[in-house]
Ligand binder design. Structure first.
Ligand SMILES: *[C@@H]1O[C@H](CO)[C@@H](O)[C@H](O)[C@H]1NC(C)=O
Ligand SMILES: *[C@@H]1O[C@H](CO)[C@@H](O)[C@H](O)[C@H]1NC(C)=O
Ligand SMILES: *[C@@H]1O[C@H](CO)[C@@H](O)[C@H](O)[C@H]1NC(C)=O
Ligand SMILES: *[C@@H]1O[C@H](CO)[C@@H](O)[C@H](O)[C@H]1NC(C)=O
Ligand SMILES: *[C@@H]1O[C@H](CO)[C@@H](O)[C@H](O)[C@H]1NC(C)=O
Ligand SMILES: *[C@@H]1O[C@H](CO)[C@@H](O)[C@H](O)[C@H]1NC(C)=O
Ligand SMILES: *[C@@H]1O[C@H](CO)[C@@H](O)[C@H](O)[C@H]1NC(C)=O
Length: 380
């Protein structure tokens, strides 16, 4: 600490006011009271515990210069940049913050996102490439190996195909991996890079460009590994695709039990979903590319033991006691309907949904709300 104060350029930054450390680009929080004013939009994905030393740096234009004078013992560091900035930093730049537990970084030009800083306490790393569209950052093999405690990793807006096939190897404690907007069309670009992360408990994939769910052939990417993914401990999986036009048989067998699946399906492709190898989906959010009949979706609900259904573009005219019969396992249903052929909903269908706790129907006009016609049979 003494050596920090001996640097004249830094000294003025260390003036503490009643509201915390003064710093031109960073707000610094060191108590739970301070955190009430925390700018959560900068680093909403990073836990910022009370009693933790947190710095949130906004409008950063040059990482190395603008972070000058930060206390070396901060635990959480969030950086957001403006456009046209200098994102480069020298290798090992973050090594000066040895107590870092959480780091939220915009994408850099450097091949290694955090320099090659050895951060022995880092648990949360959020890499945000969005500022540069799809970041073509060439992360090499074992990029995160030096982060020995890393348990939560988010990669947002980085083109995964630009990274080495074994980019995620060597993170022994990784529990949670979020891959958001990986800018790839082929699911194997994702799967083959993550299939060996044995410790994963939570997996989130949001890949709107993927339209065709094909069998992954990982021997293209990884020649020397077993082809079978090994997610033995996965308890949370949330996968979101774009408009699905094709599903190959068995293509999702590596997921088996999904917590949430989101995608846009035509009625024809929807019926292929049970052949994808998925055994169970808890929450299914389905946008219909064309109008989806209730009987078709209920068939899928039954085969995949779906508990919560969000259906957009539903043919509400096809709602009836018999058409929802296979939906009887549903606990929650959201329907965004198309009300073209019949003006009134046939509310009696509800009595077939024995396990339903909550029903939301969107798109109804007030004068069509004829739920009173149902009152003879109480809703349980
Ligand atoms: C960007 O920052 C790095 C590290 O601080 C520096 O070496 C480099 O000269 C800067 N580049 C420009 C264009 O300012
Ligand atoms: C998936 O398979 C279909 C049909 O075989 C093919 O047309 C498509 O190009 C494949 N997509 C990818 C991303 O490999
Ligand atoms: C899976 O979870 C069990 C129980 O928590 C744990 O003992 C085991 O080490 C975990 N496996 C991996 C590969 O992390
Ligand atoms: C997978 O890709 C490799 C290399 O391109 C090829 O030799 C192999 O036949 C493919 N396997 C399947 C099942 O398509
Ligand atoms: C395959 O992996 C094993 C164990 O990781 C290693 O010993 C071997 O050298 C690898 N072979 C090739 C061809 O990369
Ligand atoms: C799927 O996961 C849920 C929640 O973890 C669990 O209740 C259910 O039994 C699992 N189903 C299968 C088939 O593994
Ligand atoms: C909606 O369902 C009704 C009743 O099953 C059917 O007559 C109609 O053709 C369907 N509309 C569309 C657009 O599929």
């Amino acid at each position: 600490m003494r050596s920090m104060f001996s640097h004249p350029a830094i000294l003025f930054l260390w003036i503490q006011s009643s509201s915390g450390w003064m710093h031109p680009k960073c707000q610094i929080y060191d108590s739970s009271e301070d955190l009430e004013h925390f700018p959560t939009w900068i680093c909403s994905h990073i836990p910022h515990h009370a009693e933790r030393y947190t710095a949130a740096c906004q409008d950063v234009t040059a990482i190395e210069e603008d972070l000058l004078g930060l206390p070396p013992n901060i635990n959480t560091l969030c950086i957001s940049m403006t456009h046209g900035e200098n994102r480069s930093m020298s290798l090992g730049f973050f090594s000066q913050f040895q107590d870092l537990e959480s780091l939220h970084l915009p994408s850099g030009n450097s091949h290694l996102p955090y320099g090659n800083s050895h951060l022995p306490n880092l648990q949360y790393l959020h890499l945000d490439g969005l500022g540069s569209g799809c970041c073509d950052c060439h992360f090499g093999p074992h990029t995160f190996r030096d982060l020995v405690k890393l348990s939560h990793l988010t990669i947002w807006g980085y083109r995964l195909s630009a990274m080495a096939p074994d980019v995620f190897h060597g993170i022994p404690l990784l529990q949670s991996l979020n891959i958001i907007e990986p800018c790839v069309y082929d699911l194997s670009e994702i799967l083959c890079r993550i299939m060996n992360i044995k410790s994963l408990i939570e997996l989130k994939i949001e890949a709107p460009e993927i339209q065709s769910i094909n069998q992954s052939n990982c021997s293209i990417l990884i020649t020397n590994e077993s082809m079978k993914p090994v997610f033995n401990n996965l308890t949370f999986s949330d996968v979101s695709f774009g408009e699905i036009t094709h599903i190959e048989e068995g293509a999702l067998a590596w997921l088996q039990n999904l917590t949430r699946l989101t995608g846009a399906f035509s009625q024809e492709v929807l019926l292929d979903l049970p052949l994808s190898g998925i055994k169970q989906i808890q929450d299914f959010s389905c946008s219909g590319i064309n109008v989806i009949d209730i009987e078709s979706i209920c068939n899928v609900v039954f085969l995949l033991s779906i508990k919560k259904l969000y259906l957009y573009n539903a043919n509400t005219s096809s709602l009836s006691m018999s058409s929802v019969e296979l939906c009887t396992g549903l606990e929650y249903m959201y329907l965004h309907g198309i009300f073209c052929s019949t003006p009134y909903l046939e509310w009696h269908f509800i009595s077939s949904l024995k396990n339903l706790n909550q029903l939301t129907i969107a798109g109804l006009e007030d004068n069509r709300l004829d739920i009173c016609s149902f009152q003879k049979q109480p809703i349980t």
